[in-house]
Design a protein around this ligand. Sequence first.
Ligand SMILES: *[C@@H]1O[C@H](CO)[C@@H](O)[C@H](O)[C@H]1NC(C)=O
Ligand SMILES: *[C@@H]1O[C@H](CO)[C@@H](O)[C@H](O)[C@H]1NC(C)=O
Length: 421
Amino acid sequence: MSKLASFYGLVGLGSLCLVFLFFNQRYGSPMKHRIQPILAVGRSWEDFETTPEPYEFEEPVSNAAVVKEADDSVATLNEIQQVLNLQRRMIRDDMIGYQYPNGRYNKSAKRLEDLVMEKNGKPIRSVIITTWRSGSTFLGDVLTAHPGVFYHYEPLLDFDIVQIRGPPLASQALRNLKALLNCEYEDLDHYIQFGRGHSWLLNHNSPLWKQCQSHRRICYNHRFLSGMCKLFPFQSMKLVRLRLRVAQQLLADEKLAVRLILLVRDPRGTLQSRKHRSFCRESPDCSDPSLLCADMVSDYNAAVELQRKYPSTFRVIRYEDLAVEPYKHVEELFKFYGLDFHPSVKRFLDTHTKNDVGGVSSTYRNSKAAPFHWRADLEFEEVEEIQRNCVVAMKHWGYVHAINASHQREFNPITDYVLRL
Ligand SMILES: *[C@@H]1O[C@H](CO)[C@@H](O)[C@H](O)[C@H]1NC(C)=O
Ligand SMILES: *[C@@H]1O[C@H](CO)[C@@H](O)[C@H](O)[C@H]1NC(C)=O
């Protein structure tokens, strides 16, 4: 009897386990089963922003003078020279067939040397101003799809999770940015030391990172970094910590001749995306809707002025517009920069924005839906809270309020409105 009982007991337990396993497999992780807005096989727009942002404190900065001296050894200088020679040849090969502006877009460059700093040329410089989780990684990656690009990825990482709106941080930040845009790494010890402990400072710059991986010894040598930087005809920079009021000083610098883009995103999308980032929670600049939207209002007011003052070197774009019509906007942006629409850029768009799921009519809902995730992922109460804090910002930038929970899931949050600054 007791044998029979334990037999049935075991069978019962076994079936329970099976049932549990079955349900766990099926429903255990609902995230996996949600339809993802797939852009490329296995890659979504959001993937572009999954790089961890720093919140660790940097390692103690080692005695910079000692580092510099040690870096001057003949072996090191030789190794640097060899890598630079190799990279110079690679860039020359990549640029074969490139359509130089040759007078178009207000750019006189006729050949590679005209754009290369080591030959006293003037590179094409792009700066993107935005904030955390606003789709900028995608835009940055589109631009770096071009082989001649040296990418200064978020060069203010070592300032921690803060927004720089003015003094006292603004002057140091601008000094660093101008040094980088001029490829002058000599006085950037803090930046370089930060990079040693945080690989994502440099690893978005793929030509640089490739060399770093096979030449670790010279990767953080300021001579190497300056030398590499000066070989590239296009300098691209993305910033999430600097507000437009401060950044306009880059535009004002005629020698730099930067083209500057302000990239804007719906605050509901930005905040939804930030919710899942632990680096963000600790800092009000990152997590507080009223601060985000005050920045959006301040950026708007600055943008109105800059549009008038610098009509050919300043531009605004909304992430949602870019996502819905990537080819149209990327092509316009390349014209704005005076860049040839290189085949590798088209290839990048082909592989990162095409979606075969669902045919033509569903394209909008699938591959173009990434910026609108928040409609399903946020509770209406959270949306209301953001909207309360963002009335002016949303009006300026053309974002529509959700009225109730069901409306939120269905509506189109962007108006057809054309930004009139
Ligand atoms: C070219 O530069 C001039 C003066 O800097 C400016 O007025 C003009 O709008 C620019 N044109 C283009 C196409 O960028
Ligand atoms: C939500 O708002 C929409 C649009 O105003 C309205 O048509 C709908 O009846 C509302 N639904 C509820 C449940 O209140």
